[in-house]
Design a binder for this molecule. Structure first.
Ligand code: 6GU
Length: 249
């Protein structure tokens, strides 16, 4: 018996960070670790300090105009990109993680998953020199309206969300299609054994064997849950393509 040759990864991601060790756990564990081992996905994290401006491995400096904190200098980012890709123009789609960016959602995740390669830039300290934004960032992405110490955690979130959509990474394509947000609604409740636990019983319809009734119950649960918890996701005009399947009010 022969083993299948490793496929060419459908997606290759390069990451620039001053804390490359941040990524070892998330990238090596579970789904992403398996996908990388099987060759569906390539992720290489590069230490930005390899392109520091001096032998003290400095990558930041005081802000022009004064103010608290340090600002990341532009040279390490730009020199790293030139070493990795030859010229700035030859870099792949480049995402800068920054709290001033567009909030990440499943639509952007799906868009990024269609790229053959991505470059992910992580900022730290109080900010990044504006020229990095101007010269390198195709997309500026934030996780939401709260403050993290840097872009590393956000980059892990982005990489995991994007990787799940890469063919071969998630074994069961149905589970990707059915889950929250893919259809614009939150997921319905899930149950497994035992049938009763601590006085809480699995809804009878799920054990009825009536697949039509199960589907209708799940759809109604998704709709009720979305209206209650995330009314912002309920777009009353979205019924035309059937993606939300909301009943009239
Ligand atoms: Cl991408 N970076 C930082 N520092 N804070 C954030 C963020 C990113 N997204 C939400 N908060």
């Amino acid at each position: 018996m022969t083993t299948d040759p490793a496929p060419t990864p459908a997606l290759g991601i390069d990451v620039l960070s001053i804390f490359p060790e941040y990524f070892t756990g998330p990238l090596d564990a579970s789904l992403l670790g398996k996908a990388r081992a099987r060759g569906h996905l390539r992720v290489d994290v590069h230490d930005l300090r390899g392109w520091s401006v001096d032998r003290h491995r400095t990558v930041d400096a005081e802000p022009y105009g004064g103010g608290a904190g340090m600002v990341m200098r532009p040279e390490p980012f730009v020199h790293a990109v030139e070493d990795l890709y030859g010229t700035l123009a030859d870099r792949p789609r480049t995402v800068l993680l920054t709290p001033r960016g567009r909030r990440l959602d499943q639509a952007l995740v799906a868009e990024l998953a269609r790229e053959p390669e991505l470059l992910v830039l992580c900022g730290r300290y109080e900010g990044i020199d504006e020229r990095v934004h101007q010269l390198l960032a195709h997309d500026e992405v934030s996780l939401g309206d709260y403050v993290l110490a840097g872009g590393e955690v956000a980059a892990c979130v982005l990489i995991e969300a994007v990787s799940r959509l890469v063919p071969g990474v998630v074994g069961n394509v149905d589970s990707v299609a059915a889950e929250s947000f893919a259809g614009g609604l939150l997921e319905h409740p899930h149950y497994t054994r035992p049938p009763t636990f601590r006085g809480l019983t699995v809804p009878a319809v799920l054990r009825s064997g009536d697949h039509g009734a199960v589907a209708a119950w799940r759809r109604a649960q998704s709709q009720a849950r979305t209206r209650a918890v995330r009314p912002d996701l309920v777009d009353e005009d979205a019924g035309d393509d059937g993606s939300q399947e909301l009943p009239p009010r």
